[in-house]
Every structure is written in structure tokens, then in C-alpha cells.
Ligand binder design. Sequence first.
Ligand code: ATP
Ligand code: MG
Length: 582
Amino acid sequence: MQKTAIKFIWYYLKIFKLMLVLILTLMSLSRLLEQGAQYYFAKLFEHIASAVGQADYWQITFDFIVIITVLALLGAFLRMLADWCSSRLVPHIRSVVIRDTFDYVNKQSISYFVGEMTGNISNKFHQLQNGVIDFFVQIHGFLHDTLYTVITIGILTYLNWMLGLCMILWVALMVYQGFRFGRKRATLSKQTSTLSSQTNAQIIDSIANYAEIKSFSNYKFERVNLLNTLRQWRKAETTEQKAKVKIRACMEFLAIISIAIFIIINTFLLYWQQIDVTTYIFALSTFDRLSWTSFSVNWAVNNFTRITGQMNSALETLAIDPEIVDSPSAKTLKIKKAEIKFDKVCFHYNNQQNIFKNFNLDIKAGEKIGIVGSSGSGKSTLIKLISRYFDTSSGTVKINGIDIKDITQDSLHKNIAVIPQDVCLFNRTIMDNIRYGNVDADEAKVIKAAKDASADKFIEKLPSSYKTKVGDRGVILSGGERQRIAIARAILKNAPILIFDEATSSLDSESEKYIQDSMKKLMKNKTVVAIAHRLSTLREMDRIIVLENGKIVEEGTHLGLLRKKGRYAKLFKMQSDGYLQV
Ligand SMILES: Nc1ncnc2c1ncn2[C@@H]1O[C@H](COP(=O)(O)OP(=O)(O)OP(=O)(O)O)[C@@H](O)[C@H]1O
Ligand SMILES: [Mg+2]
């Protein structure tokens, strides 16, 4: 993705160049015709004033009226065509920009989303697409006005070079002022847009965590935080608006003064007989409009700097290079059974201490591995490395002997079904949420998966059964129910590798039994890596490894390890205290 607003805009200008050239041509022709009409209007004026009583007075007057009408009509028609093309172009550009940005953001690795507030990302998304659209809308007006200015200067220079020179000097002064003011405005608007994103991100973050705010009674604390950011935003925006008013007033003042100066110069040129009456009338009639169009050109230049300021601020967040990218020679992984191997793996998060150092682990095809260990020992990190959510700093993770760095991320993820610690559901129907495991699955398959996950009974009790919307992140469902939806989804995905990060929350024995049954069905013929707490899951495992500080300190079967009375037995006793029996 292009890193600066100018490069970003240039990229899309190139994509739509044919349409833009067409619009530009139509606008040039329309401007020429309109200026022609204006010139004949001046001629008509001179004729009416000077040729009264001549034999062909009415004939010539009528001819001029016909020419003016035809030129004006043709000009208006071509301008309408240009506007029609623009009205088709803008929505097209918007959808292409949103599509491309969405694609790019989705290529980002997990660490990007961990580091950025989601509200901030979506806000930058809006800023970027609004910036591009704003730019194209502005450029349309800008081209209109620039063409008018250029064509008028051309005609005036042709009629009298001194008039042309006056115009050129004056327009140059206006554009220079526009740039000077614009630069100041760009810095201010970048500040404003950064603070606007920050405020929105804060609001979204608070709303998403409404339950925490309520349970900690921290509404006032959140409110004070928001008011602080709002105060900064308001200050920045007031400064920007003040600068805008000043700039506008300066430019309007310049425009009005220059009209007066131009009338004086024009009158002197007529007095010294350097120009005829037609040129005098034409120059005066165009100058009034020209002073406002050059003012708009200036304003557009000014707006461009504001827009690029906002877009640059958005691109600073959005156009970050993805941390993990597919190598050009990456292959598609197509497997039925999966063998996973960690070979001398070292890993740490952003320059922090090593979580894993020369870590080795072989998981045979179809083997079911349970991982236990104290909190922070690296269990979740280990399974994230299999999905390549993060890259190892050295050593390799291999699937069926292939380094996962040589596999496309897309095909790698297609072969892994993950049931995370905290199951997140989309705010869509139950049907859609289960179908997410295989978007091509028909209703019958979704219902079968729900049955296999022992989720059918509670789903059927919901008000609209499979058509019930689950609310934000699945809020209307209990933890156990959400987990069964996630299991149904994984059943539908039917990937050879199953990764399971078990939630520590205890489930009642009925839910536990349901999950146990559904897990059994799900794990059949799969290579399973499960961070397991429940006895029901641990018993199903072929091998259990105990992880402490990124090292395997014990491994064996559930019963074997219990008999050993080592770390596992201790952990198991701590976790099972009270409600699990051997
Ligand atoms: N995205 C991250 N960025 C930086 N550090 C992280 C990140 N994720 C985890 N860590 C750190 O890495 C260490 C291992 O974390 P991990 O999530 O693997 O632990 P865990 O064994 O799964 O713990 P738990 O049983 O509590 O889930 C922890 O000290 C944690 O703070
Ligand atoms: Mg964890």
C-alpha cells in the first residue's frame, strides 16, 4: 500500500486515467464553447451600442443571438456529460479504495490488531476513503476552474498581451498564497484528524467493554478520560477553524482589491486605444467570474493540503507493512493427515525475553497432545506459532516436513481449526456463525454439525432457532454454548489439525458432558493440540506435556504422570481441587 497521500492518490488517478482524460476533454471543450459565447456576447453588446440605424442592424443582432445560444447550449451539454461521467466515477473510486484497504488490513498479522484499537483502525479507514473521495470531488471543481482560468487567460492574451500578463501575474499571486496558507492548514488538520480518531477509538473501546465499566463502577473515570481527549480535539479544531476563517478572509480581500485594480488597467488600455470595446467588455465580464474561479482554485489547493494531511494521518496507521508475508515461492498445503514438528524454536514478543529457547516437540499424525502448565508459561504462544500468527526468531515449525514459512498462510489456516480460549462470535445468526467453518455448507450440513457438537438442543430453544442473532461477540449465549457453536464450526471446517485453547472457566457437569461428547466426535482422526484443563479433555489425550517457562518439564499419559507425582500431579491437583476426580 502507498505510504503517502500523494502516492496513494496518484495510484488511483492512474487506474482511472481514461475516465479522467474523458472528463477533462469534455470540460475543456465545454469551457471553450462557453467562453466563445461570452466573447460573442461582448461583440453583441458593442454592435447594439454602435450600429443603431444600420441597414443590417437586426440581421447581425439576430445572428449574434443564434451563435451565442448555440455555443452556450453545446457548452452546457458537454459540461452535463462531464458531470455525468464524474457522478459515475466517484462511487466507483470509493468502492475500489474501500475494497483495497480492506484487503490490505486483512493481510496484517495478529500483532497489528493487538497493537491498534479496532475503533482507531475503522476510523482511519473512513478518513482514508473520505479523503480520496473529497480529493476527486475537489479535483473536479479544480479542473473546471483551472480550465476556465487557462482558457480565459489564453483568449485575453490573444486579444491583448498586456491584459494576459496582468492575469498571469494575478493568478500566480493567488496560487502562491493558496500554497502558503495550505501548508499551515495541513499541519493543523493532521492534528485534528488524529485527535478525532483517538476520540472515536476511545468511545468504541468503552462501549465494547461496557460490562467492565459497569462492574467496576468506572463510568466517571471513562468520562474524564473522554473529556480530556475531547478538550484537546476541540482546541485543535478551533485553531484549525480560526486559521481557515483568516485564510478565507485574506483571499477574498485579495480578490476584491484585484478586481478594482484590473478595472483601472482595463479602462486605461481602452483609453489609450490598446484594446477595442469588445475586448473591454469581454475582459470585464470574464474578470469578475475569473476572480471567483481563481479564488476557488486557491481554495481547492488549500483543501488538497488539508485532505492530504488527513490522509497521511490515516496512512500512518493503515499502510504499515504486514509483519508476516507469504514468501514468493510459498506452496499451497494440501494434506489429509498432519505431523507437526517444532525444531529448535526460539521465540520472543517484540524484543522481550525469550518465551521459547531451542524448543523441540514432535507431534505425530493423528496424535492428540494435551498441554498443561502454569499461567504465562507459553501455552497459547505455542499454538499461535503453529498457525504462524507470529514468526519464530530462529528454528522452524514444520507440518509434514514442510517449514510453515514455505506455505501460504491462507492454505495453512485452511488446514487448522482453532477453538480459542475466548470464543468470539459475529453479530449474525447462529446459522451464519456455524456456517463460518465452511461458507459453502448448506443448511442440512450446518444442522448436522450443530447436532454433532451437542448444540442443537439449546439452539432449538432459542426464539428464532438457527435464525437467532447472537448479539455482539455472542453476548446472548453462555460460555459453554458459545464453545459448542465454536466446536460445530470446527466440525464443519473438518481440518486435519485441531487446536484447542480450553477456557479455564468451569462448566456445570451437564455442559461438561455435552462438550466431552462433541469433542470426541471432533477429534476423531485429527492431529490435536489442546491446552487442556478439563479431566474429560485430558483423558482423551495420547500424550500430555507440561510446559514451564517455555520448556517441557514432563511428558506422558494422564495416568502415567499422575503416578509420577511430579509437576503435572501437582498442577492437576491445584486445578481439579474440589470438583475433578481421577
Ligand atoms: N501479543 C503479545 N505481546 C507481548 N507479550 C505477550 C503477547 N501474548 C502473550 N505475551 C506474553 O507471553 C507470555 C506467555 O503468554 P501465553 O499467552 O503463551 O501464556 P499461557 O501459558 O497461555 O497463559 P494462560 O494459561 O494464562 O493462558 C506471557 O508472559 C505474556 O504476557
Ligand atoms: Mg493462554
